[in-house]
Design a protein. Structure first.
Length: 166
């Protein structure tokens, strides 16, 4: 089994959203030609959710990481909450991290857990430097530091950049 994890931006313009959705479906389908696939996601709005939906639509299993108790409150609209709940219910596994409230350490731990639980990290990223810990750029840097392969979905140019760790 191959595990593909996701990190990425929450806010994507319409073109980037479409690109991420299609790219995730393509990457998962390509991996499934070789072996069974599990998608690993913290289900944040944006890239994480698009990836999780692509995994399920492709017949892959879904493993989710919940950063803290009450994480569902991140989803402020009825449709966002409904989507989040549906993904959690469809997941084959849910990992609850030991944080009680929203915090940078909770997000950082969630991204590191996703990174450790996958074989390949898919990163929907605009290429900008880290603005702190626990975000997309910081997680990519961490993934590369532990030798995790990273596939960059460049959301500015809407291209897939397949690369190795390091």
């Amino acid at each position: 089994m191959q595990r593909l994890g996701i990190v990425g931006h929450r806010v994507l313009d319409p073109e980037a959203r479409e690109f991420v959705a299609v790219a995730c479906s393509t990457l998962i389908a390509d991996a499934q030609r070789e072996t069974k696939v599990a998608g690993v996601s913290a289900l944040a709005e944006g890239a994480d959710t698009l990836f999780a939906e692509a995994a399920l639509s492709s017949g892959a299993t879904l493993e989710v990481v919940r950063p803290y108790d009450g994480y569902e409150d991140e989803f402020t609209t009825v449709s966002q909450r409904r989507r989040y709940r549906a993904l959690v219910e469809a997941a084959g596994r849910e990992t609850h991290l030991p944080f009680s409230t929203r915090s940078t350490p909770a997000y950082e731990a969630a991204m590191r857990r996703v990174t450790h639980d996958c074989d390949v990290l898919v990163a929907a990223w605009d290429g900008t430097p880290p603005r702190g810990t626990g975000g997309t750029a910081d997680t990519i840097r961490y993934a590369r530091s532990i030798g995790r392969r990273v596939i960059h979905l460049d959301v500015r140019e809407c291209v897939i950049v397949r690369g190795a760790a390091g």
